[in-house]
Design a protein around this ligand. Sequence first.
Ligand code: SAM
Ligand code: SF4
Length: 345
Amino acid sequence: MREVGLYIHIPFCRSKCPYCDFTSTTNIEPIKDYLEALTLELKGYLGRIYIDTLYFGGGTPSLLNLRDLERILNFLYKNFRGSFREITLEMNPEDYNFEEIRGLYDLGINRVSLGVQSFREEGLRFLGRGHDLKLVFKKLNYLLRVPFSSVNIDLIYGYQSLGELKEELKVLRGIEVNHVSFYLLTPYEGTPFEGLKLSEDLIHREHLLISETMKELGFERYEVSNWAKDGKYCLHNLKYWLLEEYVGVGVSSASFFEGLRYKNTNSLREYLKKVKEGKSPVAFEERPDLKRERIILGLRTKFGVEKKLLKLPESLKVFFKEEGNRISLKEEHYLLLNEILTELI
Ligand SMILES: C[S@@+](CC[C@H](N)C(=O)[O-])C[C@H]1O[C@@H](n2cnc3c(N)ncnc32)[C@H](O)[C@@H]1O
Ligand code: SF4
C-alpha cells in the first residue's frame, strides 16, 4: 500500500469565468450522480492507497453542502486510512456562512483556498467574477477566525496596470493569510479571453513588483506562482512538483501512480457513463520519462533538481544557482522557465 495525495475534482460552478479552462459546467443537476460516481471510482483504489494529502479542487467544491462533504470524508477516513496530513478545499467567496466554515474545520479540513482573484471591484468585473470585495472581506474574516492550518488566496496579474496592481498589493498588506497563489493571466484557447494580448514589458514589471512586495510581507516563493509564510507550503501541490505519487478522481483528473501518468476523460457525460458501467474513465495513459519530468517540474520550485540530473550548457548557467547537491532557477528568471526548458530538454 502506498501513501499518496488524493485529488477530487468537483466540476460544477455557479457561472463560468471568461478566463477559465478548467473542466466545469453550470448545470448542477447531476451533482448527486457525480458524487456516487466518485465513490465508485474510489472503490477501485481500495487496498491500494493510503491518503496522505487530500485536495478538493474544481470547478467549485464549495458548491457541495456540508452533509455531502461529510459523507465523502467519512468514506475516505474509513477506507483509506493514512495521515490525512493536509485536507484542502477550494472555496468561492459566494459560498458558506460562518457556521459552515466552522463546520469545514470540524470535518477535518485544515486548509482553505479562497478564489479572490482581484482586490479591485473593476478587476473582479473584468474577470467576470460573481462576487464583490465586500464578500471577499467578509469570507476572509470568517476564514481567519477559524484555526485552519493555512488559508490561501488566489490572485491574478498581468492584465491590470502597474498602478492598479499596486492598489491590490496595498490591500494584501492588511490581510493575515499565510499562503498566496499569484497567477499570471493565461488567455486560453477556446475561452472568451482567447486572443487577449498582454504586454510582455508590463508582465515583467508586475512580476518584479510582486516579488519585491511579497518578500517585504514575509512570504517565501517556493514555486513559480506560489508564496508561503512560515513554511506553510501546500503539501499536496508539492507532490505534483516533486514527482511524488498522487491519484486524481473525477472528470478530467490526472494521476501519477505506480509509475504511470494517466488522465480521466474531460467529458462529464462520458465519465458518468463509464464509471456506472464499471469501466475505467481513463482517456490517456503513459509511462513518463522520470528524469525529464523531474527537471520540468522541479525547476518550477525553489527546491530545483539534483545537480547530477542536469547538464547545463555554458549559455544557460547564468540563469541558475547551486546549493549543496541541488540546482535551481534564479527567481528573477521564472518568467523565462518555458524558454529555458525548451533549450534544456
Ligand atoms: C481551479 S480554479 C478554481 C477556484 C475557484 N473555483 C474560484 O474560482 O475561486 C483555481 C485558480 O486558477 C486560477 N486560474 C484559472 N484560470 C486561469 C487563467 N486563465 N489564468 C490565470 N489563472 C487562472 C484562478 O486564480 C483560480 O482561482
Ligand atoms: S475560476 Fe473557478 S468559478 Fe470561475 S469558472 Fe473556473 S472553476 Fe469556476
